[in-house]
Write a protein that binds this ligand. Structure first.
Ligand code: ADE
Ligand code: ZN
Length: 326
C-alpha cells in the first residue's frame, strides 16, 4: 500500500475539531436561505474568496459571521451530521468535538438548541457507523470570566452530554489563568479539561494551561518548541498536543508546511496528534491534514502508526474502549 493509502485507511480519532468550523460555504448559504438570515456575501464563491487569513483574529471574524446562520436545533444537527459523514469517510472511529455555546447564546439561541442538535447527530453516527463521539464545551477566552461562569451555569442541566470543557478564540492577551476559577469548578464536576495554548501565543500560556487550569491536553501547543524545559515536561508527563497542520499554515503560524514542527515534536517524544481544527475554512478534513503533512515533511509509515495510536491514547475514552482501539 502507498503511504497515502495507509493514511486514508487507518482507523483514527479526531480530537480537535470546532463543529462551527465544519460549516461549508454551501451549507452557510442553504441555512441562511432556510432561516431568512441576510449574509454580507453575494455568493458561495464570494464567501470562499474571503477565506484569506493573515492570523487567528482575521479567521475568527469570518468564522463567527458564518455561525450566524445557525438558529434551530435542526441546523446544529445538519452541520454536525455533515461533518460526521466526512469523518466516517476518513475512517475516524472516535471524535471529541468542540462547540462554542457563547457564539449562539449571545444571539438569543437557547443552550438546549445547540447541545441537543449536536448531541443527536453524534448519537445517530454511533448507531449508523459505530463511531463514538463526545462533546467538549469551549469557553470564549476573549469574553469575561463572569460570562464563562454564566455559560457553565446554563450547561449544568446538560452535564451528562458533555465530556469536558476547553478554551478557545483570541489567544494573545487572554492567558489561560484568566479562567483558573472556572476550570476549577469544571474539574469539581468531573469534566475533562483541555485548552488552546501556544497556537500563536507564547509557550508561557502552555505552562499556565498546565499549572493553573490543570489541562490534560493542549490544543495546538506548537509554540512549546521555543522552551526546551517545557518540551521535556510535556514528554515526561505525556501530555498530548492536538496539532492542526493546515490550520497552522492558513493562519500563518508557519510560513510553509515544510517549516511545520510536527516531525520534531514526535521525534522529541511528545504525544502529538493530527487534527483538522476548522476544516471548512482551512482547506481540508483530517485525512487532508495527514496527507499534506506527510507530503511536506519526511514522515514515515512508522510515524503514521504512531499518530494513529496517539489519537486513541490521547482520547478521553473509557479504559476498556481504549484498550480495544489500541
Ligand atoms: N476557534 C475556532 N478555531 C480556533 C482556533 N484555531 N484557535 C482558537 N480558537 C478557535
Ligand atoms: Zn482549535
Amino acid at each position: 500500500a502507498t503511504l497515502r493509502n495507509i493514511l486514508e485507511k487507518m482507523p483514527k480519532a479526531e480530537l480537535h475539531i470546532h463543529i462551527e468550523g465544519s460549516l461549508e460555504p454551501e451549507l452557510i448559504f442553504a441555512l441562511a436561505r432556510r432561516n431568512g438570515v441576510a449574509l454580507p456575501y453575494a455568493s458561495v464563491d464570494a464567501l470562499r474568496s474571503a477565506y484569506a487569513f493573515t492570523d487567528l483574529q482575521s479567521f475568527l471574524d469570518i468564522y463567527y459571521a458564518g455561525a450566524s446562520v445557525l438558529l434551530a436545533e435542526e441546523d446544529f444537527y445538519d452541520m454536525t451530521m455533515a461533518y460526521l459523514q466526512r469523518a466516517n469517510n476518513d475512517n475516524v472511529r472516535h471524535v471529541e468535538l468542540f462547540f462554542d455555546p457563547q457564539t449562539h447564546t449571545s444571539r438569543g439561541v437557547a443552550f438546549a438548541t445547540v447541545v441537543n442538535g449536536i448531541h443527536r447527530a453524534v448519537q445517530d453516527a454511533r448507531e449508523k457507523w459505530g463511531m463514538t463521539g463526545a462533546l467538549i464545551m469551549c469557553f470564549l477566552r476573549h469574553l469575561s470570566e463572569e460570562e464563562a461562569f454564566a455559560t457553565l451555569e446554563a450547561a449544568l442541566p446538560y452535564r451528562d452530554k458533555l465530556i469536558g470543557v476547553g478554551l478557545d478564540s483570541s489567544e494573545r492577551g487572554h492567558p489561560p489563568e484568566k479562567f483558573a476559577r472556572v476550570f476549577a469548578r469544571c474539574k469539581g464536576l468531573g469534566l475533562h479539561l483541555v485548552a488552546h495554548a501556544g497556537e500563536e501565543g507564547p509557550p508561557a500560556y502552555i505552562t499556565t494551561a498546565l499549572d493553573d487550569l490543570h489541562a490534560e491536553r493542549i490544543d495546538h501547543g506548537v509554540a512549546c518548541m521555543q522552551d526546551p524545559a517545557l518540551v521535556q515536561r510535556l514528554v515526561r508527563q505525556q501530555t498530548p498536543l492536538t496539532v492542526c497542520p493546515l490550520s497552522n499554515l492558513k493562519l500563518c503560524v508557519f510560513k510553509r508546511l515544510q517549516d511545520h514542527n510536527l516531525l520534531a515534536l514526535l521525534e522529541a517524544g511528545i504525544v502529538a496528534t493530527v487534527n483538522s481544527d476548522d476544516p471548512a475554512y482551512f482547506g481540508g478534513y483530517i485525512n487532508d491534514n495527514f496527507i499534506a503533512a506527510f507530503e511536506a515533511l519526511p514522515l514515515t509509515r512508522e510515524h503514521a502508526r504512531r499518530l494513529a495510536r496517539n489519537s486513541f491514547s490521547a482520547a478521553f475514552l473509557a479504559p476498556e474502549d481504549k484498550a480495544r482501539r489500541l
